[in-house]
Design a protein around this ligand. Structure first.
Ligand SMILES: [Zn+2]
Length: 268
């Protein structure tokens, strides 16, 4: 097998492997190594590259994940469409644990992360008004609904710096703003994908209600991991079906994100 893939999957908490009978390779990037070795394999007719976002042993907390290396590695392997499962908290009473949210908007509340490839050699301003791939979103929503998964089509993901969870006041604030779900890894992953002209689709499994939404003790890391583990098979199935459902030729404009912009280096 040549070391190429057309579709990338960045697995979140609990989803540390995806492809059986696959090949593991190390990929070097200008931004250091990715979170782990990259697994190359096939799902149906499609070639897939998988990276566990936190590393297989969950060694990288959200603010230390090598986001730039992960996306660069995928693109350098030929990937142009990325599916990104993750665990999130709900900011809305009507979105309960177990729901799948495919967000269409994002709010960045991170503080310490490098969120661009273009930090030298001139300014590159990509459009980010619609941060997610409309085509990938449509496929993911359709596949999830086919399995009768409680699916929310759209909504706003707010990404906090972490690794701590929100205070009740912060959580109420986010909820009052009308945002839907909260996580720690959706950014800068989404914008880095856009900066590489990749399609990027976020698949968010709701594991709990965030601190301010319901009374109680808030959320613990153990609760999140236990819940996510129980839902891993379900997410694995959805990712596999979405991979097979993604269009061969991208009908969206994600691939045009850099048209007309002067880049300081060539993309892989
Ligand atoms: Zn796209």
């Amino acid at each position: 097998m040549t070391n190429r893939a057309e579709i990338g999957v960045i697995g979140g908490s609990g989803l540390y492997s995806l492809l059986d009978d696959a090949e593991e390779i190390s990929v070097a990037t200008p931004y250091g190594p990715p979170s782990d070795t990259v697994t190359l394999g096939r799902i149906g007719d499609r070639s897939v590259a998988f990276i566990p976002r936190h590393g297989r042993e969950h060694v990288f907390p959200p603010h230390r994940i090598p986001y730039r290396a992960n996306l660069w590695a995928l693109r350098s392997l030929g990937v142009r469409q990325v599916l990104a499962p993750s665990a999130v908290g709900s900011l809305r009473p009507e979105i309960g644990p177990g729901a799948l949210v495919v967000p269409d908007q994002l709010v960045d509340r991170t503080t310490s992360r490098v969120q661009t490839y273009y930090d030298a050699g001139g300014a590159v301003h990509v459009s980010f008004a619609d941060p997610y791939c409309p085509s990938g979103r449509a496929v993911a929503v359709a596949k999830a609904q086919e399995t009768e998964w409680n699916t929310v089509d759209g909504g706003t993901l707010v990404v906090i710096e972490g690794p701590r969870f929100s205070t009740r006041a912060e959580s109420r604030w986010f909820s009052d703003a009308g945002w839907s779900i909260i996580g720690m890894t959706g950014h800068p992953e989404a914008v880095l994908a856009r900066e590489l002209a990749l399609c990027y689709t976020s698949l968010c499994l709701v594991t709990d209600h965030d601190a301010g939404v319901e009374a109680g003790e808030g959320v613990t890391h153990e609760e999140v991991l236990a819940f996510f583990a129980a839902n891993v098979e379900r997410m694995r199935t959805l990712v596999s079906e979405a991979v097979e459902g993604l269009p061969l030729d991208r009908p969206c404009s994600c691939g045009d994100a850099l048209d007309g912009l002067k880049l300081p280096f060539d993309l892989p």
